[in-house]
Design a protein around this ligand. Structure first.
Ligand code: NAD
Ligand code: UDP
Length: 342
């Protein structure tokens, strides 16, 4: 029997490359497309090395509908995982049109072509950012979405709604939005991982770059929050576990196990970890002292958020299994690989 084929948009990126590995390991055929605006071919090479499969890669911009149509004509996939988007919150505030144009335009093209070319299943990369500052913790999928505090966050809410409405219109498309909490870490092979361009916005790459001497000092944004140690709390999910959630969600659609044609799942560990706890764990696990200082709060930061994961655990049959220590060791191994540190 022919294998199921999945199109992975943004598959040269951080989460897309790990998901491509997981899909191939689960027996899927994968086609990767990416415009390489925030990645390079090294990730595709890494995926090929890890899996031993010469996964097809096409450099395509999802905003170019005719180029994207050619991919739909060329490959007989019935499922799409749509990662392709810009993701820098601060930049989205400065350049909102860049974000609305790319993040909405690319997804609209994917959905239109799925209808026009008769393809069924789509996963969308959403984010815990849709919950804003939650009223109750942990957040469930039924917790209210809060008004977005950035154009980036708004594109996630809008794309969720576009998917919901497209599915509801009976377009022959079934969809799942996965709301990621805080992805971190790298593949245990250290052949793929997170490769931010310029100064990292996210905590873990800033930590690993500081440990590698690329950044002088980590700034911890505030220790006067209403949390046990005063620093913010997040739900850090290992990128390999996150990749496995995509395989489970695609399997649910392919096998027709979905209860509704549009579903939403939180993808987190269910455990909140503070910034200080994370820094201390990184030091302990990797036997390092990190240069850090406490500075003022970063505007727009949520105090605490972590996921209720029972829906994903029960319905997708998926659970985060990697420990914080394993993840922080993998993040450091990847940074050392990138920097050529022994
Ligand atoms: P990433 O930047 O590493 O990967 C995204 C990839 O998409 C990049 O390789 C980029 O070159 C590509 N891309 C962007 N626009 C494109 C376009 N128009 N056409 C083709 N390719 C395009 O980011 P990531 O961390 O892997 O995130 C993947 C998805 O998950 C994004 O949608 C992001 O918003 C979402 N997400 C990420 C996080 C996180 O913390 N990393 C959290 C929640 C949600
Ligand atoms: N953070 C920090 N220093 C940094 C980057 C992030 O103290 O250089 C904190 C940030 O204030 C937040 C947590 O780390 O409390 C996670 O931030 P990140 O940007 O990684 O994710 P998000 O804010 O999207 O949850």
């Amino acid at each position: 029997m022919a294998k199921e084929m999945v199109l992975v948009s943004g598959g040269a990126g951080y989460i897309g490359s790990h998901t491509t590995v997981a899909l191939i390991e689960a027996g899927y055929d994968v086609v990767v497309i990416d415009n390489l605006s925030n990645s390079d071919l090294g990730a595709v090479e890494g995926v090929r090395k890890i899996t031993g499969v010469d996964v097809p890669f096409e450099q395509v911009d999802c905003c170019d509908k005719e180029a994207l149509r050619a991919i739909f004509k060329k490959y007989p996939f019935n499922s799409v995982i749509h990662f392709a988007a810009y993701k820098a919150v601060g930049e989205s505030v400065e350049q909102p049109l860049k974000y609305y144009s790319n993040n909405l335009g690319s997804f609209l093209n994917i959905l239109e072509l799925m209808q026009e070319e008769g393809r069924s299943n789509v996963l969308f990369s959403s984010s815990a950012t849709v919950y804003g500052e939650p009223d109750e913790l942990p957040v469930t999928e039924a917790s209210p979405r809060k008004p977005a505090t950035s154009p980036y966050g708004n594109t996630k809410q809008m794309c969720e709604d576009i998917l919901r409405d497209t599915v509801a219109a009976g377009a022959g498309v079934k969809g799942i939005a996965l709301r990621y909490f805080n992805p971190m870490g790298a593949h245990p092979s250290a052949l793929i991982g997170e490769l931010p361009r310029g100064v990292p916005n996210n905590l873990v790459p800033f930590i690993t770059q500081t440990a590698a001497g690329v950044r002088e000092c980590l700034s911890i944004f505030g220790n006067d929050y209403n949390t046990p140690d005063g620093t913010c709390i997040r739900d850090y999910i290992d990128v390999v576990d996150l990749a496995a959630a995509h395989v489970a969600a695609i399997g649910r659609l392919v096998e027709g196990c979905n209860k509704k044609d549009y579903e939403v799942f939180n993808v987190g560990t269910g455990r909140g970890v503070s910034v200080m706890e994370l820094v201390e764990a990184f030091e302990r696990v990797n036997g390092l002292k990190l240069n850090y200082r406490i500075v003022g709060r970063r505007s727009g930061d949520v105090e605490s958020v972590w996921a209720e994961t029972s829906l994903a655990n029960n319905e997708l049959g998926w659970k985060a299994v990697r420990t914080l220590d394993e993840t922080l060791a993998a993040a450091w191994a990847w940074e050392k690989h990138v920097r050529g540190i022994e």
